[in-house]
Design a protein around this ligand. Structure first.
Ligand code: ADP
Ligand code: MG
Length: 254
């Protein structure tokens, strides 16, 4: 049961249904892309899975390797092994990236256990080198005054340091120039392997030129309406999203 399993999820925002019986399984070791027109519920899925309080799960369940995470607090979900890179990451003024990552790693230790600071920094610098991130980056406040590309790089660094079982990246390509996009893709491709599953949420096919997904799913009106291989992303690039409406279930009475 090494999967991220989303079963019949219904999510409301302020009483408005957004996700409708949404189901998806991402096996560990695979990279799945979730694509779809704007406003169809992709970011809602990411936030609901992360345990955001404004996104009410009215029914359905989410399992990480068989452990139910539905209803858990965001920090518990994170410690259970789910990492989330948001479309619009928050700024944390006054907290340096190094201290932020150290706190996040410390929170994952057993009670009474202490972080090995030299080993932590050694690993941090190795991963920064791998991701081509300048050393001066670590002393800057998290996301404060960062460019779009720097914010994304910061999130990839967080992901590399937290080594989650599953990672969801929401529109990691939006607003990135090609160089920054390649760094993000390189980061994902370097981390990709048997012990992690990825869900890449993206409106455009562009990111998938650099990260080859195992499966592609198309979401429309709060549910998956089509699934396939990488060729599905190419179809979306050449034909756009118009055909998606045709294959979507029609609302009752239509
Ligand atoms: P996507 O990421 O696919 O573009 P979203 O999940 O952001 O779509 O949005 C899905 C729907 O939910 C949209 O109709 C959007 O207006 C609505 N929505 C998203 N977030 C909120 C919010 N915080 N409050 C009210 N409505 C929201
Ligand atoms: Mg979105």
């Amino acid at each position: 049961m090494s999967t991220l399993e989303i079963k019949g999820l219904n999510v409301e925002i302020n009483g408005t249904p957004i996700l409708k019986d949404f189901s998806l399984t991402v096996p560990k070791g695979e990279v799945h892309a979730l694509m779809g027109p704007n406003g169809t519920g992709k970011s809602t899925l990411a936030k609901a899975l992360a345990g955001h309080e404004d996104y009410e799960i009215t029914s359905g369940q989410v399992f990480l390797d068989g452990e139910e995470i539905t209803g858990m607090e965001p920090d518990e979900i994170s410690r259970a092994g789910l990492f989330m890179a948001f479309q619009y990451p928050s700024e944390i003024p006054g907290v340096s990236i190094a201290n932020f990552l150290r706190a996040a790693r410390t929170a994952r230790l057993e009670e009474g256990e202490k972080i090995n600071a030299p080993a932590f920094y050694k690993e941090l610098y190795e991963k920064m080198d791998l991701l081509k991130i300048d050393r001066s980056f670590t002393s800057r406040s998290v996301n404060e005054g960062f460019s779009g590309g720097e914010k994304k790089r910061c999130e990839i660094l967080q992901m590399a340091m937290l080594q989650p079982s599953y990672a969801i990246l929401d529109e990691t390509d939006s607003g990135l120039d090609i160089d920054a996009l390649k760094i993000v893709a390189e980061g994902v491709n370097k981390m990709r392997g048997t012990d992690i599953g990825f869900l890449l949420i993206t409106h455009y096919q562009r990111l998938l030129n650099y990260i080859k997904p195992d499966k592609v799913h198309v979401v429309y009106d709060g549910r998956i309406v089509s699934s396939g291989g990488p060729e599905l992303a190419h179809r979306l690039e050449s034909e756009g999203y118009d055909w998606v409406k045709e294959v979507a279930p029609q609302p009752a009475g239509a």
